[in-house]
Design a protein around this ligand. Structure first.
Ligand SMILES: NC(=O)c1ccc[n+]([C@@H]2O[C@H](COP(=O)([O-])OP(=O)(O)OC[C@H]3O[C@@H](n4cnc5c(N)ncnc54)[C@H](OP(=O)(O)O)[C@@H]3O)[C@@H](O)[C@H]2O)c1
Length: 231
């Protein structure tokens, strides 16, 4: 696909800002949507992107922001308990142009077909931490699951990129991926955040990832080296 213009929904977060950087580096025209109180976080991109200050689940705003975009990159944030992630996804699915590539982010805890095999940490977060943080009205991991289900049930040209544990640092190159958490190649469970963003932006050009939910890991990780022929 010949991508000229993209929208980054949730542009002010750490992942979003890396995606802005990668998109600009490819020469794309960038529209960024972020919460009004976070506009200052994007000040260093001033004049290089079109900034839309808004909550990302505002349907009318998303409709206008994505209207003539070739790709839409959406950060699925689990924050708050007002269906923010699922509302954001619904707005993007409803209003992005028919042929636009839609790329969403999540963690490994999201499962497309229930065949992922999770370690102790993710199982504890889902079983114990998730109800507590929801009770405290901080984070609604269940809404991320609802949002993901909307994506999986959609016939749009979507990809849901599932990130491992993340760290900051210079790029180690495009992450490698596998279909299911629990696959040996993913065992190291670490990716640089800039490379998570790189994978998201590259995914828009990769038709083999359409309607897939790749789980990613750093190509420099031990498990990637053991199980993939890294070039
Ligand atoms: N953190 C990890 O270890 C990890 C691991 C795997 C995958 N992921 C995935 O990576 C993506 C980015 O996550 P991140 O942890 O790296 O953080 P991040 O990039 O900083 O993104 C957090 C996002 O949540 C928004 N946000 C923060 N507080 C909010 C609130 N109260 N209401 C609504 N939105 C709020 C932020 O917007 P503002 O800029 O407006 O605050 C930002 O867009 C997510 O899809 C996450 O599931 C994260």
């Amino acid at each position: 696909m010949n991508i000229k213009k993209v929208c980054i929904v949730g542009a002010s977060g750490k992942l979003g800002q890396y995606m802005v950087t990668h998109a600009l580096a490819r020469g794309y025209e960038v529209v960024g949507v972020c919460r009004p109180q976070s506009v200052d976080k994007l000040a260093h991109f001033q004049d290089r992107i079109t900034l839309v200050p808004s909550y990302t689940n505002d349907t009318d705003v998303i409709k206008a922001a994505v209207s003539d975009c070739d790709a839409v990159f959406t950060v699925l944030a689990p924050w708050g308990v007002n269906d923010y992630a699922s509302g954001t996804v619904q707005a993007v699915l409803d209003h992005a142009p028919e042929q636009a590539r839609l790329v969403f982010s999540s963690g490994w805890h999201i499962s497309k077909d229930g065949k992922d095999v999770y370690g102790y940490k993710i199982r504890m977060i889902e079983a114990v931490l998730s109800p507590i943080v929801r009770f405290l009205r901080l984070v609604d991991i269940n809404d991320q699951h609802v949002a993901a289900r909307k994506i999986f049930n959609s016939d749009r040209l979507w990809t849901l990129v599932r990130g491992s544990d993340l760290e900051e640092g210079a790029s180690e190159g495009l992450p490698v991926w596998s279909t299911h958490v629990g696959d040996a190649v993913l065992e190291s469970n670490i990716t640089r955040r800039t490379d998570f963003a790189l994978f998201m932006v590259e995914a828009a050009q990769d038709d083999s990832l359409i309607q897939k939910a790749p789980a990613i890991v750093s190509r420099a990780s031990k498990s990637a080296h053991m199980h993939v022929a890294i070039t």
